[in-house]
Design a protein around this ligand. Structure first.
Ligand SMILES: Nc1ncnc2c1ncn2[C@@H]1O[C@H](COP(=O)(O)OP(=O)(O)OP(=O)(O)O)[C@@H](O)[C@H]1O
Ligand SMILES: [Mg+2]
Length: 274
C-alpha cells in the first residue's frame, strides 16, 4: 500500500521565492527513505508540510489515502512522529520515563497501561536501564534514542527524522543510525529520514535527492549511485562503498556489498575462484 502520496506540491514562505516546486512521489508502507540535498534545498520545509505544520500553496499530500487539509489535520498529525536535530530541545520531563510518557499523558492513556508502553519503547531503543535518570545526564545519542522512544510510544505510522543525527558525535551517530536501521528491518516501520550524511543512504530502500526545491532524483540507492557523476554534477558525494564499486566496475568486477567487510569477502571469494 502507498502510505505517503505527494502530488504536484509547491510551497513558498514569501510568494516571490518558491521553496518547493512540483514535488511528486509516493512511498510504500514499511519502506525506509532518505532525503538528501544541499542546505536550503527545501528538505525541512518538505518535512513540515508532511507533518502538517505548514500548508502547501498548491498540490496535495495523502497519508494512508486521506488528504491532509484543514478538516483532517488534527486526526492526521498522530500518524507522523517527528524527531528533530537538537536532542536538547526535545526534553520536557525530569526523567527519561517522564519524557517517554509525555505524549501519552496528553492522550489520556491510563497509568497502568502507560508503564507497559514506556517499558516496551524504552527497550526498543535499549534505554530500559535509564528510565529514572535525568535526560540532561545522557549522551547525545542516548537523548535522541529517548526522543525516538517518546515518538514511537504514540504509535505513529511514519517516523520522520530531520537531521536527527547531525549534532551527534560519531559514536552517537552510529548508535542512532543502527537503531533506525533496526526499526526498519525488525519493526517494519515506515521511515523518512532527512540527512547530510550520505552514508545513511546505504541501507535505505529509496533515496530522494532534492535540489533547489525540486526532486532531482527519486531512486533506489543501488540505481542512484551506479553513475557517481550524476550526483557529483550537483556537488553531492556518494557513499564510499559505491565509489569503490564504481572503480571495480571499470575493470569488469561487479560487487554487490553494502559494507566494507562484505566487499572484502566478495573480493576474497573472486580471488579464490581464479
Ligand atoms: N520560516 C521561514 N521563513 C522564510 N524562509 C524560510 C523559512 N524557513 C526556511 N526558509 C527558506 O526556505 C528555503 C528552504 O529551507 P529548508 O529549511 O527547507 O532547507 P533545508 O534543505 O532543510 O536546509 P538545511 O540543510 O540547511 O537544513 C531556504 O531558502 C530557507 O532560507
Ligand atoms: Mg533542514
Amino acid at each position: 500500500m502507498k502510505l505517503i502520496e505527494v502530488k504536484d506540491l509547491s510551497f513558498s514562505y514569501d510568494e516571490n521565492i518558491p521553496v518547493l516546486s512540483d514535488i511528486s512521489f509516493a512511498l510504500e508502507e514499511g519502506t525506509y527513505t532518505v532525503i538528501v540535498g544541499h542546505n536550503g534545498s527545501g528538505k525541512s520545509t518538505l518535512a513540515k508540510l508532511l507533518a502538517g505544520l505548514l500548508a502547501p500553496n498548491k498540490g496535495e499530500i495523502k497519508i494512508g489515502g486521506t488528504a491532509l487539509n484543514a478538516d483532517t489535520i488534527e486526526s492526521m498529525r498522530a500518524h507522523i512522529g517527528i524527531v528533530f536535530q537538537n536532542p536538547d530541545n526535545q526534553f520536557i520531563g525530569s526523567t527519561v520515563r517522564d519524557d517517554i510518557a509525555f505524549g501519552l499523558e496528553n492522550h489520556l492513556v491510563p497509568s497502568v497501561k502507560m508503564d507497559e508502553i514506556i517499558n516496551t519503547y524504552a527497550a526498543y531503543v535499549s534505554m530500559q536501564d535509564y528510565l529514572d535518570k535525568e535526560p540532561s545526564s545522557l549522551s547525545g545519542g542516548q537523548k535522541q534514542r529517548v526522543a525516538i522512544a517518546g515518538v514511537l510510544a504514540m504509535q505513529p505510522s511514519i517516523l520522520l527524522l530531520d537531521e536527527a543525527t547531525s549534532m551527534l558525535d560519531p559514536k552517537g551517530r552510529k548508535e542512532v543510525g543502527e537503531l533506525i536501521h533496526a526499526l526498519h528491518q525488525k519493526k517494519q516501520l515506515t521511515i523518512l529520514s532527512i540527512t547530510h550524511d550520505i552514508e545513511e543512504t546505504r541501507f535505505a530502500d529509496n533515496v530522494i535527492v532534492l535540489n533547489k526545491g525540486k526532486i532531482y532524483r527519486f531512486a533506489k540507492a543501488e540505481k542512484l549511485f551506479e553513475n557517481p557523476d550524476d550526483l557529483k554534477n550537483i556537488g553531492l558525494d556518494i557513499p564510499y562503498i559505491y565509489e569503490l564499486r564504481a572503480k571495480y566496475a571499470k575493470y569488469g568486477i561487479h560487487l554487490r556489498s553494502r559494507d566494507i567487510e562484505g566487499m572484502a569477502e566478495e573480493l576474497w571469494q573472486l580471488n579464490l575462484k581464479k
